[in-house]
Design a protein around this ligand. Sequence first.
Ligand code: UDP
Length: 480
Amino acid sequence: MGSKSGQLHIFFFPFMAQGHMIPAIDMANLFAARGVKATFVTTPLNMPVVSKTYEKTKARGINIDIKIIKFPAVEAGLPEGCENIDSLNSSDMIPTFVLATSKLQQPLEELIQEYQPSCIVADVLFPWAVDVAAKFGIPRLEFYGTSFFSMSAGHCIRQYEPHKKVSSDSETFVIPNFPGEIKLTRMQLPDFTRQEVETDFSKFLKEASKSVLRSYGVVVNSFYELEPDYIDHYRNVLGRKAWHIGPVSLCNKDTKDKAQRGKEASIDEHECLKWLATKKPNSVVFICFGSTSKFSDSQLMEIAMGLEASRQQFIWVVRKGKNEKAEEDWLPKEFEKRMEGKGLIIRGWAPQILILDHEVVGGFVTHCGWNSTLEGVTAGVPMVTWPVAAEQFYNEKLVTQVLKIGVSVGAQQWIRMVGDGIKREAIQKAVRQIMVGKEAEEMRGKARVLGEMARRAVEEGGSSYSDLNALIEELKSHCP
Ligand code: UDP
């Protein structure tokens, strides 16, 4: 079922969270740049971020349509105006929010009926999209938003349940039938994997991870050279159809694209670049924990003390508004005054890839969300890994145990969205380990090589470029 013109027409419909929407926006852009008609589907309050990006794309002659469907937040038990996971006041609301998105099924069907796309790329958290696609006789591709490593690791853990064979939460186990002797503990697994008692949410997530089996295949933001063993494992051992088309962030080429990704940045890009321009190459560490992780005030205090003690220059993104009082409770006394010129705190949203790609940035402290991890790889910087939730502990193992371009800060416990419990000494030590000395240089050397490979992967003839072509050709033949 192609569009009337015979052109392939794809609907892109990500879950409403920055970590899902940002790569999906880039992905639609990539397909459109190859001549595919792309339509981005989202809800009214998420529309401005998308349209702002696509206005810039339009100036380059690439048109991406946006279609809006209503999200009945209040009806679903959510506060009025709550259309994105980052507008939730508490992480306890996440299951309600995720489950509520099934209310988008009906309006999506109406859109498909009206516009007759040839294919839909829908989020892993919309497992019902498989039924929608089947109803209209079109393929549903799944967008998982993580690494092949994590998809395969999650599968092997669910299948073989090694965490049930250890005697304590902190005893390590090796992921069975999985390349590379990867070690984890039960504490580092998501609660829905570890829990004995099923909840509506854990049942839903299991269903979501199984929906891949009923989908046409998976589109992944990764590149072959980064995780060849795990891409082969996913495709050949687990037998799943998957295409790697990333790093998708590389479609943002100029300063404006990089500066305005996702939400409005809380710092003017010129001010940010001016600050960076005063520094030497590889002398600044960037600290950012994605779009949803939160830290307690006492943890923020430890981070501040750890950074100061590391004697490294830094940009630190804190997702908190500025208090009225001059001194904020989570900062040591006169911290910013002491750090003037050495450290910059961005309260709110940072232009992450603009900062990471700058030559003065020599290290990244990350929560290991997949987008951030891959953006760190692409920038060629070593990382301090500080996973908190979701599949972040798996991504940490890829960085530290397989790629060996990072060191762990020592987070031991999966906690839904709230990081806590890491002492300043551990932060100081890990930051110095990636910024100074022989070990840091070695990791930076490896990270650089991967960063160059990432760039080559998306150039004409590169592994991701070719996989995207193969996917488009296959869809064209499937949808004449
Ligand atoms: N991001 C950003 N500025 C911020 C925080 C995050 O641009 O201040 C972007 C980041 O570059 C990445 C995405 O938001 O593309 C976060 O996705 P990730 O998978 O790393 O983490 P999540 O937010 O899903 O936990």
